[in-house]
Write a protein of this length. Structure first.
Length: 72
């Protein structure tokens, strides 16, 4: 399953790159991209565990960029 999300308050391109790298390491994630300029994130992950994976994605992103919100 592939889903796109809008990001709010992502402050720098370096943080976006760190978030993308960390998300790709989460078990079950097939692919991920975080676009700083567009303030968007695309996640491709296992269908059956997508909701649990997204909870982990939110936690991971909050550690890297605490002010950034993933709008679902």
């Amino acid at each position: 399953m592939k889903k796109k999300y809008k990001l709010q308050d992502l402050d720098c391109a370096n943080c976006a790159a760190k978030m993308e790298e960390a998300i790709k390491k989460i078990p079950g994630v097939t692919d991920a991209s975080v676009n700083f300029m567009m303030q968007k994130m695309t996640i491709e992950a296992d269908d059956g565990r997508f909701d649990d994976i997204m909870k982990t994605v939110q936690t991971t992103c909050a550690k890297i960029e605490p002010d950034c919100k993933i709008l679902m």
